[in-house]
Design a protein around this ligand. Structure first.
Ligand code: FAD
Length: 544
C-alpha cells in the first residue's frame, strides 16, 4: 500500500474529487486504483477565503512498484507505514508470579492495566475514587449543589481527570512506535467514534468517555484483571537492604488494609497532593518541575468561528473552531492558551475543600454557546517556588484558597470582564458574555487571586492575542479563576528502567509523575510503563 500525504482539496469538494486527486497525483488510470482509505484529515484555515482539507490517504494499486518508482522524488508518496502494535512480552499460560498493581484508574493507569491484562498478567487496578457512574453523580454534586466529595470529583475516580473533559486526543509527544495509534484503536473498540482514527485533532467529549471507561473495565476484567475502588494508597512499605538500596514491598490503604506487592505502577495524576507528601515522607525521590497558572477565558463560540473560518464559519465539516495562542512578554514570561474547549463549559475542578480551581470540558457536539480556554503563564521552581520539591503544591494551594475566598466561600469562582481586568478595576456587572462556570461566579478583581507577574503578563498577552484573533480582547470576554491544575508541579523521577530513581519496584507514570500532559500522552506513558513491568516480571520468573 502507498500513503499519499498533503493532498489538498477545497472544503466544499464532492466525494469523488478525492479519487481524482489521487489519480492525478500518481498519474494513474481509474483501472489502476483498486481502493483507498483516508488515513488522516486536517483542515488548513490560514486563508479564511480558501479553507482546504488536507488528506493523507492509503492507496491500494493493481501494480504498486512502478508507481512508487515513478514518484520517488515526491516526498509525499511513500509506502504506508506499519502502525500496528506488537506486544513486547506475554505471560506464560501457567504464570504464577506476582500480579502487578496499578494505582490510579485515569488514562495512564487504565492503559497500563489494559496492556498488562492483554499480556496475561492479571493486574490489580486500585483507585481512591468510585466507579465512573457513581463518580459522575458526585462531580455534578459540586457543580449543582456546591457539595464537594474530596475522594470523588473531577480529579478522582474511575477514568481519572480526563473523564469530564473535552476529550481532546492529540499530543505533541514523539511517538516513533505509533503507541498513540494503539490508544486510539483501543478507544474505538471501547466505543469512541471511529473518526478519531483519521481526524488530525480528534476529540470525544465527556459523555462518551464515561461509557468507554466502563467498556475498558469490562475488557480488563474479562482478561482476569481486577479493580478495587475506594482504595486510597495512604502509605507504602519500603525495604532497605544492607547496601542502602530500597525496594517497595507493600501498600497501605485508608481502609486499614495492607497489601504485599510486586511491581506497582503509580499513576495518581497531578492532584494527588496527599500522596506526593506521603511519598516524600517515605524518602521516594521527587523534584519540583515547572507548571503554569492563570485563568479560563470565555468568548461566544460564534466570535471564534468567524475569526477563524470567515465565511465558512458554521460549515458542518469544520465544526466549532479551536485556537492555540502564545505570547512572550516584556517581563520574560510566556503566556499561552491551554486546553482550549470549543463550544464547551468552564468547570469547577477542585479536589480539596476550601479551594477553587477551573478547567474546561465539552460534549462531542461542541455546541455550547461559549468557547473557553485556559490562559496561563509558565512558572518554574528556580524562580517562583524554590527550595522544596513540594513547594509548587503550596503555591497552587495558596492561590486556590485566595480564589475560594474571592468567590464567596461556596465554590463559586471569582470572575472579571476582560476590559475591567485590563483597566485594573473590579467588575460589577456582566456584559454580553455569560460565564458558564457552575455553581456560579462572583464578579471581583482577579488580580487578587494571582501573582503580580502573572497579572502583568496576562494583561500584555490578552491585547496581543486580540491582534491575532479579532475580538479576542473584547472588554466583555469573561475571565474565571484560577487555573492551577495545568500539569504536575513535581516529578517522581524514574530511571531508564522506568522505576523510581531510589525505590525499586515503584514505577511512577503519567501526568502526576511528570511524564505526560493530557489524555493521549498519559495513556501512551501507561503503555510504556506496562511494557517495562511485563519485561521485569518475566525476567524475575527466569531468575528463579
Ligand atoms: P489522572 O487522570 O489524574 O488519574 C489519576 C487517578 O489516580 C485518579 O483516578 C485518582 O482517583 C487516582 N488516585 C490519586 N491518588 C490516589 C491514591 N493515593 N490511591 C489510589 N488512587 C489514587 N487532557 C486532554 O488530553 N484533553 C482534554 O480535553 C482534557 N481536558 C481536561 C479537562 C478537565 C476538566 C481536566 C481536569 C483535565 C483535562 N485534561 C485533558 C487533562 C487529562 O485529564 C490528564 O492529563 C490525564 O487525565 C492524566 O492522566 P493520568 O492517568 O496520568 O492521571
Amino acid at each position: 500500500m502507498l500513503r499519499i500525504t498533503e493532498l489538498k482539496l477545497p472544503i466544499h469538494h464532492p466525494e469523488e474529487a478525492l479519487a481524482t486527486a489521487i489519480r492525478d497525483r500518481l498519474r494513474i488510470t481509474p483501472r489502476d486504483l483498486v481502493r483507498y482509505t483516508i488515513a488522516r484529515r486536517a483542515h488548513d484555515a490560514r486563508d479564511k477565503m480558501d479553507i482546504q482539507f488536507v488528506y493523507s490517504v492509503d492507496v491500494t494499486l493493481r501494480n504498486e512498484a512502478p508507481v512508487l518508482a515513478r514518484c520517488r522524488r515526491d516526498r509525499h508518496v511513500n509506502p504506508t507505514p506499519d502502525t500496528g502494535y506488537r506486544f513486547v512480552a506475554k505471560a506464560p499460560a501457567d504464570y504464577a508470579g506476582p500480579r502487578p498493581v496499578v494505582v490510579g484508574a485515569g488514562p495512564c493507569g487504565l492503559f497500563a492495566g489494559l496492556m498488562l491484562a492483554q499480556m496475561g498478567f492479571r493486574p490489580i487496578i486500585l483507585d481512591r475514587g468510585k466507579v465512573v457512574r457513581e463518580r459522575t453523580k458526585d462531580t455534578w454534586g459540586l457543580w449543582r449543589r456546591s457539595e464537594l466529595n474530596p475522594e470523588s470529583n473531577v480529579q478522582f475516580g474511575e477514568g481519572g481527570a480526563g473523564t469530564f473533559s473535552d476529550g481532546k486526543l492529540w499530543s505533541q509527544i514523539k511517538d516513533p512506535r505509533h503507541l498513540g495509534r494503539k490508544v486510539l484503536t483501543e478507544f474505538v473498540k471501547a466505543g469512541a467514534p471511529p473518526e478519531i482514527l483519521t481526524e488530525a485533532h480528534p476529540h470525544i467529549g465527556t459523555f462518551r468517555l464515561v461509557t468507554m471507561v466502563e467498556s475498558m473495565r469490562a475488557t480488563v476484567e474479562a482478561l482476569g484483571g481486577e479493580y478495587r475502588f475506594g482504595h486510597r494508597v495512604e502509605d507504602i512499605d519500603v525495604e532497605t537492604a544492607a547496601d542502602g538500596s530500597r525496594r517497595l514491598r507493600g501498600l497501605r490503604f485508608q481502609t486499614g488494609e495492607a497489601m504485599a506487592v510486586g511491581p506497582v505502577v503509580l499513576a495518581v495524576g497531578h492532584s494527588a497532593r496527599d500522596t506526593f507528601h506521603m511519598l516524600h515522607d517515605r524518602g521516594v525521590f521527587l523534584e519540583a518541575k515547572p507548571f503554569s497558572i492563570g485563568v479560563r477565558i470565555e468568548h461566544p463560540q460564534s466570535w471564534i468561528d468567524r475569526a477563524r473560518f470567515g465565511p465558512c464559519a458554521g460549515h458542518p465539516d469544520l465544526g466549532a473552531a479551536a485556537y492555540s495562542l502564545s505570547h512572550h512578554c516584556a517581563n520574560e514570561r510566556t503566556v499561552y492558551s491551554f486546553c482550549m474547549c470549543p463550544g464547551g463549559t468552564v468547570v469547577a475542578a477542585t479536589s480539596e475543600p476550601g479551594r477553587v480551581a477551573t478547567n474546561g470540558m465539552s460534549q462531542y457536539s461542541r455546541n455550547e454557546r461559549n468557547a473557553n480556554s485556559g490562559i496561563v503563564v509558565g512558572i518554574d521552581p528556580d524562580r517562583d517556588y524554590p527550595g522544596h520539591p513540594l513547594a509548587g503544591i503550596a503555591l497552587q494551594r495558596h492561590w486556590e484558597e485566595r480564589a475560594y475566598v474571592a468567590g464567596g466561600g461556596d465554590y463559586s469562582a471569582p470572575a472579571q470582564k476582560l476590559g475591567d481586568f485590563l483597566a485594573g478595576r473590579p467588575s460589577t456587572a456582566l456584559g454580553s458574555v455569560i460565564p458558564s462556570y457552575r455553581p456560579g461566579v462572583k464578579l471581583t478583581d482577579l488580580a487578587e487571586c494571582l501573582p503580580e507577574f502573572v497579572v502583568t503578563a496576562m494583561r500584555e498577552a490578552l491585547v496581543a492575542f486580540g491582534r491575532e484573533i479579532p475580538g479576542y480582547d473584547h472588554p466583555d470576554a469573561v475571565l474565571t479563576g484560577v487555573e492551577t491544575r495545568t500539569s504536575s508541579p513535581l516529578r517522581i523521577t524514574r530511571g531508564e528502567d522506568f522505576q523510581s530513581l531510589n525505590t525499586a519496584g515503584l514505577y511512577p507514570a503519567g501526568e502526576g509523575a511528570g511524564y505526560a500532559g493530557g489524555i493521549l500522552s498519559a495513556a501512551v506513558d501507561g503503555i510504556k510503563v506496562a511494557e517495562a513491568v511485563a519485561r521485569d516480571l518475566l525476567a524475575m520468573g527466569q531468575a528463579k
